[in-house]
Write a protein of this length. Structure first.
Length: 371
């Protein structure tokens, strides 16, 4: 009962219990009870008098004697408190996941942080230039370098990808193998001396480090597992010493078995013979650009029709969001002495998937598998 006026058979409980029945509803005709005086302890009609002690309300309410029992806002207030721990728990889980990701990258790369994307949707290119070759070139070119390696056999030219602001660079092993000195030129024309940190001839990968470098633009290592045949790609490198050359095409095939030489002497010989630095490789049971020698290794590669030429080795194959998805490593070029109609790229190039690079990075930082 919610009315606050007294009615026949009711009274207002001074202890804060609201309106309660003061006596049984059956009336005695011989001795009617006066509702105006129900508090008579001797009244046999009310055997439970005095009433039990007042109990505190279950929920905070307007106060004793209000006659409304639990406060109407108590239940909603309880419900609004419910999600708070849940939200906090979600925030804690998110923080733990984020911390784990950062820890994993730090463990992988040591003191220099490598920008790694676990999704092909990560966009490096500004939204106004998204999906354009020009946008990709503008965003990624500052992180691509030209590498000139000098050895006893002569000079060779290749490309590389800056992965840390302090000057760590990923390139092909065959670009720097056996080099006695290495010079690296960035997109802004600055030249640095570099040292080999580690090499892995079985994957044709190498890590070099610039001396006295800082604040360099770095590339984002993407996720090659999400690459599909037909995806548009951009290649950036220094073919024939033409620094910062940009070409484009598509991914022609996945997981191609490409075989290259692992012999240092064979690499130096092939870099300097009449093929103008064409790197020999085997594919589909055939040899291209010369003899790979007796010491070889095979890896799974991305195939692309983006134009690649001698000097593109070690450069970047990039998706249209600006993420590095491969390191260009082998390409078919017409042999020396061929007619002019056979010259130039024929759209048969291969790149080492970036996930292979990421998996090998810790080994390279420790000196590589060849150390």
């Amino acid at each position: 009962m919610t009315e606050s006026f007294r009615r026949s058979g009711e009274y207002e409980n001074p202890q804060g219990h609201g309106h309660e029945s003061a006596y049984p509803q059956q009336q005695h005709s011989a001795s009617p009870v006066n509702p105006a005086n129900p508090a008579n302890p001797a009244n046999p009609v009310n055997p439970e008098w005095p009433p039990p002690p007042a109990q505190p309300p279950a929920f905070p309410g307007p106060g004793p004697g209000s006659g409304f029992g639990p406060a109407p806002v108590a239940a909603p207030r309880k419900r609004t408190r419910g999600p708070v721990p849940l939200i906090a728990a979600v925030a804690i889980v998110a923080a733990a996941i984020g911390g784990g990701t950062a820890y994993g990258i730090q463990e992988l790369t040591g003191t220099d942080t490598v920008a790694v994307s676990s999704s092909t949707s990560t966009n490096v290119v500004p939204s106004a230039d998204k999906g354009t070759v020009a946008g990709v070139a503008k965003a990624v070119s500052p992180s691509i370098v030209e590498i000139k390696a000098n050895s006893n056999a002569g000079d060779s030219t290749g490309s590389g990808v800056i992965i840390t602001s302090a000057g760590e660079i990923i390139t092909n092993n065959h670009v720097v193998s056996g080099a006695s000195s290495i010079k690296v030129s960035t997109s802004n024309g600055r030249t640095y001396t570099a040292k080999v940190v580690g090499t892995d001839s079985k994957k044709d990968l190498a890590l070099i480090k610039l001396e006295n470098a800082s604040g360099l633009a770095t590339a984002i290592l993407g996720d090659s597992s999400g690459v599909q045949v037909g995806d548009q790609v951009v290649a950036i490198g220094s073919p024939e010493g033409l620094t910062g050359t940009v070409t484009s095409g598509i991914v022609s095939a996945l997981a191609r078995d490409v075989t290259v030489s692992t012999g240092e002497g064979q690499q130096q010989q092939q870099q300097q013979q009449g093929g103008n630095g064409q790197w020999p490789f085997e594919f589909g049971g055939r040899q291209f650009n010369g003899d790979t020698g007796s010491s070889t290794t095979t890896y799974k590669a991305l195939q692309t029709d983006a134009s690649l030429n001698p000097g593109n080795s070690g450069g970047a194959l990039i998706d249209m969001n600006g993420n590095i998805i491969g390191i260009n490593s082998a390409m078919y070029s017409a042999a020396a002495g061929s007619s002019s109609s056979d010259a130039g790229s024929v759209g048969l190039g291969f790149a080492i998937p970036v996930n292979t690079v990421k998996a090998d990075l810790a080994t390279l930082r420790a000196g590589g598998s060849d150390s």
